[in-house]
Design a protein around this ligand. Structure first.
Ligand SMILES: Nc1ncnc2c1ncn2[C@@H]1O[C@H](COP(=O)(O)OP(=O)(O)OP(=O)(O)O)[C@@H](O)[C@H]1O
Length: 300
């Protein structure tokens, strides 16, 4: 595992932060950490990179306990509220960070990063004259300077325009193809859906869902069926196997938490002697899943 936590807690005078978080992230994964504002995402990432100390629990990065110099050697971090030395030029800033990482002859690496984050031609401009989006791009370059094994990106596209967001998505895909692990904090669900393999959803500091994106989405499938010659007993049976069941004049609409229930229901219809004219399924979007889970969590 590249990242592992067990019952990790960090709160501020008993409030906020996150509680009892147990997570594991495999090498080469793009892991999406989702949650509403104030859920605890940034506190978690800051704790992972050693900027905050946990109150209790355990965590390791690349097998090394968090907060130790060893655990920080191979990580990259783009903070949510980035602010760089604005009197430096872009090149000076990257050279300074390369010195901190003790990278020898960093110029080639720096040139390739300016290219990657699409800041070529702006190397000698002062950071104070960079736009917010350009500052976020240089932050991404800093995060990648030491060839990290795991990169923590906290809302990496918050200052970027739609084209910039696509650029970041491409960079994330490129990192994945190089076998790197990306830990992506975001509330842009569409963006997460496009790049992440696995997600965890955090609400009020607690993890309320975790798993492979594909599996989580599969658990919430919407089904529509058109049947005739049915009996009330059949309709009753289907309603017991599903959620959010609606029925009107031969048209059934419902959700199943497990896709395997769909062929079972279809078989049931046929065996009951009813006629099945149409069966459509639609897997929920991550947005549906998110709203559903957060909504349920607020009620309970
Ligand atoms: N230094 C701090 N002192 C006190 N409370 C804090 C501190 N940092 C965060 N919190 C609280 O911890 C909770 C989680 O905050 P955090 O910034 O981790 O959330 P987040 O999920 O990253 O939110 P957002 O999406 O808005 O960035 C919030 O209630 C916040 O007010």
């Amino acid at each position: 595992m590249v990242l592992e936590t067990r019952n990790l807690t960090k709160q501020f005078n008993g409030k906020g932060g996150f509680k009892e978080v147990t997570l594991s992230v495999e090498k080469g994964q793009v892991f999406g950490f989702l949650g509403p504002n104030g859920a605890g995402k940034s506190t978690f990432v800051k704790t992972m990179v050693g900027l905050l100390h946990p109150a209790s629990g355990f965590a390791w990065i690349l097998g090394k306990p968090i907060g130790t110099p060893k655990s920080r050697e191979k990580i990259g971090f783009l903070p949510e509220n980035f602010r760089y030395h604005d009197w430096m030029t872009g090149r000076e800033l990257l050279t300074f960070h390369a010195e901190l990482h003790k990278i020898k002859n960093p110029n080639k690496k720096i040139d390739s990063l300016f290219e990657l984050v699409k800041l070529k031609g702006h190397e000698n401009k002062k950071i104070k004259n960079y736009s917010k989006g350009m500052q976020q791009r240089i932050g991404l370059a800093i995060a990648l300077l030491n060839d990290p094994e795991i990169v923590f990106l906290d809302e990496p596209t918050s200052a970027l325009d739609p084209v910039g967001r696509i650029d970041v998505r491409e960079i994330i895909k490129e990192l994945k193809s190089q076998g790197k692990t990306v830990f992506l904090n975001s509330h842009l669900l569409g963006e997460v859906e496009m790049v992440c393999d696995e997600v965890a959803i955090i609400n009020h500091g607690r993890i309320i869902a975790e798993g492979k994106l594909e599996e989580l989405l599969k658990e919430h499938t919407h089904v529509e069926m058109i049947v005739s010659d049915y009996t009330s007993e059949l309709i009753e049976k289907i309603s017991r196997l599903s959620k959010e069941f609606q029925f009107e004049e031969g048209k059934l609409s419902f959700k199943v938490e497990d896709r395997e229930k769909i062929p079972v229901i279809a078989k049931m219809v046929i065996e009951a002697g009813a006629k099945l004219y149409q069966l459509n399924t639609q897997t929920s979007s991550l947005e549906d899943l998110f709203i559903n889970l957060i909504g349920k969590d607020e009620v309970s």
